[in-house]
Design a protein around this ligand. Structure first.
Ligand SMILES: *Cc1c(COP(=O)(O)O)cnc(C)c1O
Length: 427
């Protein structure tokens, strides 16, 4: 048999980089074991939800036209509701992406005169235009829905005093972003989200607590809706789609919140009754089935990346040893050249478009140029191995995904090789 290092070499990975990676990897066994245990729990949680919802072969067929009585769609929504421990869910290919799912949740559950509060600092970039932090056509601000924000304290903890002050008679919905997104603040654990929600509900019990769950699904054995969140929202081309879902978003939560979202997505009176699933259901079901182990692979990849770059002296968030609450890894590379080289290396490891060189561009919804490396089967899917970074100080790269750890490992080694080849890092 050929040796593994030889096939790495044929893919451009030098023996030096390969050995460096394996040395790092040998120290991560115990952590990987814990991740596998979480994956095992979540795998069973998903199977139980599917069995309890009586998923059948007929559920995989799909509908066209209006999509009345789409048993596959309706059952999938039951499965999501069981997994997230909620009264109801809305899981649709008509929800085009995570931003759309979040905008839908906000625009349908807020009314003119209401106020939205983010007690965890600035939300994800694309939400700035949804909320109207950056003036934008159709934003919540245009509908007279105001916005308040309380930043985290410098040590990353909640600013309870100012959160209390910010809650007023207009506050109708609180949005809590679990993942750090394009920031270097820590990601929130479900346990911390629980504390925050308890504090807020204690001041105003009727406020809707929504969690932007993007990148957090299946990282822990509990989800925010297990600990008091009224609504969780996310994208199917991230964790819960398991890499197979070609499109879609989900909302899971209180019946009323979901009903509000359904009438907004389709139309008052029609709500969840319409919305043909076309032919996407097999991949939504199978992707959900794979999601726990795919999320585990992505987690291992990001822990491996953290340790590879931390030991080379780069600031990494989360660091090499701390516990994980999402699949994103931030590395502060510090220069444009390094960000470009890193992304080139990730791209070179891709099964699709492995021959192209990524370039920064003005992506819709972002306020600076962004570079993205992704050679994905599903365009833009960030549960697949991908890296992106805004082209601005301090030149962070945000790295995520990996449908298999073997691919994730190769991708990280390839990023390192690219930096080494360009003389930007020496081992
Ligand atoms: C990805 C992401 C979004 C937006 O999702 P898109 O599918 O890219 O529109 C929102 N919030 C967080 C935390 C995310 O990671």
């Amino acid at each position: 048999m050929q040796e593994t290092k030889d096939i790495y070499q044929s893919l451009g990975i030098s023996k030096e980089v390969y050995d460096y990676g394996n040395k790092i990897l040998s120290e991560l066994e115990d952590r990987f074991k814990i991740i596998d245990e979480t994956a095992e729990y979540n795998q069973l949680k998903v199977i139980k939800a599917m069995q309890d919802s009586r998923v059948s072969e007929a559920c995989l067929l799909g509908t066209t036209g209006y999509g009345y009585d789409d048993i596959g769609r309706d059952t999938l929504e039951k499965v999501y509701a069981k997994i997230f421990n909620t009264e109801d869910a809305l899981v649709r290919p008509q929800i085009t992406c995570g931003t759309h799912a979040l905008a839908l949740a906000l625009m349908s559950n807020l009314r003119p005169g209401d106020e939205l509060l983010s007690p965890v600092g600035k939300p994800y970039d694309t939400l700035e235009e949804v909320i109207g932090i950056r003036p934008s056509r159709g934003s919540l601000a245009e509908y007279n829905i105001s916005y308040k924000q309380v930043d985290l304290l410098s040590d990353g903890s909640f600013d309870y005093e100012n959160i209390k002050k910010a809650i007023n008679e207009k506050t109708r919905l609180v949005t809590i972003q679990r993942s750090k997104g394009y920031q270097t603040r820590p990601t929130l654990s479900v346990e911390r989200i629980k504390e925050l929600i308890a504090f807020i509900k204690n001041i105003k019990p009727e406020v809707i607590c929504m969690v932007d769950n993007c990148y957090g699904e299946f990282v822990e054995t509990i989800e925010p809706t297990d600990v008091g969140a009224d609504l969780v929202v996310g994208s199917l081309i991230k964790n819960p789609g398991g890499g197979l879902a070609p499109i879609g978003g989900y909302l899971a939560g209180k019946k009323e919140c979901i009903e509000n979202a359904a009438v907004r997505l389709t139309s008052p009176g029609l709500a969840k009754e319409v919305g043909a699933s076309l032919s996407v259901l097999p991949s939504l079901y199978q992707g959900l089935f794979l999601a726990p182990t795919v999320t585990a692979s992505a987690l291992k990849t990001s822990i491996f990346a953290a340790n590879v770059y931390e030991k080379l002296g780069y600031k990494v968030v989360p660091d090499g040893i701390e516990s994980r609450h999402d699949i994103i890894q931030a590395v502060t590379l510090g220069s444009k050249e390094k960000v470009l080289a890193f992304c080139e290396g990730i791209q070179k490891a891709a099964p699709v478009d492995g021959f192209v060189i990524p370039e920064p561009w003005d992506m819709p919804g972002y306020d600076s140029e962004v570079i993205m490396a992704a050679g994905a089967f599903v365009s833009g899917s960030s549960i697949e191995l991908s890296a992106d970074g805004p082209m601005k100080e301090p030149y962070n790269i945000y790295f995520q995904g990996g449908l298999t750890f073997q691919h994730g490992k190769f991708g990280i080694l390839s990023s390192l090789q690219s930096l080494v080849n360009k003389g930007l890092i020496s081992l």
